[in-house]
Design a protein around this ligand. Structure first.
Ligand SMILES: C[S@@+](CC[C@H](N)C(=O)[O-])C[C@H]1O[C@@H](n2cnc3c(N)ncnc32)[C@H](O)[C@@H]1O
Length: 206
């Protein structure tokens, strides 16, 4: 699997400040309306911090942690050790539609979407991996200047110019066959945009 397919500016942050910024991953998962029994894919799962929270929330459901970086996937497996409802898949998000064998109820992309060079094509891949009426949630940094988004006294997160407003996110996701279902605030610096797949979705390549 070629590492040059990694999206720019999506390296997994250090846990020391990441866990300070996100002290309650289970609360984030509930705010995003991930429900017990769902089948979920966590695309760009990194070290599995949110994957494990999803696994705790869905109970008898099923979660796949998906990442292009085998080192991250190994860490995610360790984070979720002992959880029976987790699987892991190595792959490029730009091929998601082919790699997910059984369509999901819900696909999460946290702190990764901003780096994708072709965001509408990525959203099309997500749509192809979702059931009809499935949901796609994106966690993005608000488009604040980087020097203002400090954690433990340091500016954090992607470069200012890579950050996307809610409107920018809608404008690239909806053409792939989604409509906005809800926007949720994830303080202090993030929002979640939850989209629902619409009937007018067409598979990539058609
Ligand atoms: C900033 S980390 C976010 C991890 C996790 N979602 C979180 O919020 O804690 C982004 C992750 O996306 C992965 N990634 C980047 N490009 C990717 C691609 N083309 N396909 C799949 N995963 C990718 C990286 O390897 C990294 O683990």
């Amino acid at each position: 699997m070629s590492q040059d397919r990694l999206f720019p500016a999506t390296i997994m942050p250090d846990q020391n400040w990441w866990h300070v910024l996100w002290p309650d991953p289970d609360g984030v998962v509930r705010a995003l309306r991930i429900e017990p029994g769902m089948t979920v894919v966590d695309v760009g799962c990194g070290d599995g911090y949110f994957t494990a929270a999803i696994a705790r929330q869905i109970g008898m459901g099923h979660i796949i942690g998906f990442d292009l970086d085998p080192v991250m996937l190994k860490q995610a497996k360790a984070t979720c050790e002992g959880m029976k409802n987790c699987d892991f898949l190595l792959g490029d998000a730009m091929e998601l539609g082919h790699l997910i064998s059984s369509p999901a109820n819900y696909i999460l992309m946290a702190n990764t979407f901003h780096g994708a060079p072709d965001k509408t094509a990525l959203a099309q891949e997500v749509a192809a991996a979702l059931k009809p009426d499935g949901c796609f949630a994106i966690i993005n940094w608000h488009p604040l200047p980087r020097q203002e988004t400090t954690v433990l006294g340091q500016p954090r997160g992607p470069r200012t110019e890579l950050r996307m407003s809610q409107e920018q996110t809608r404008s690239v996701v909806e053409p792939a066959g989604f409509e906005l279902k809800a926007l949720v605030e994830l303080p202090p610096y993030h929002y979640g945009a939850i989209f629902r797949k619409t009937a007018r979705h067409e598979s990539p390549g058609k």
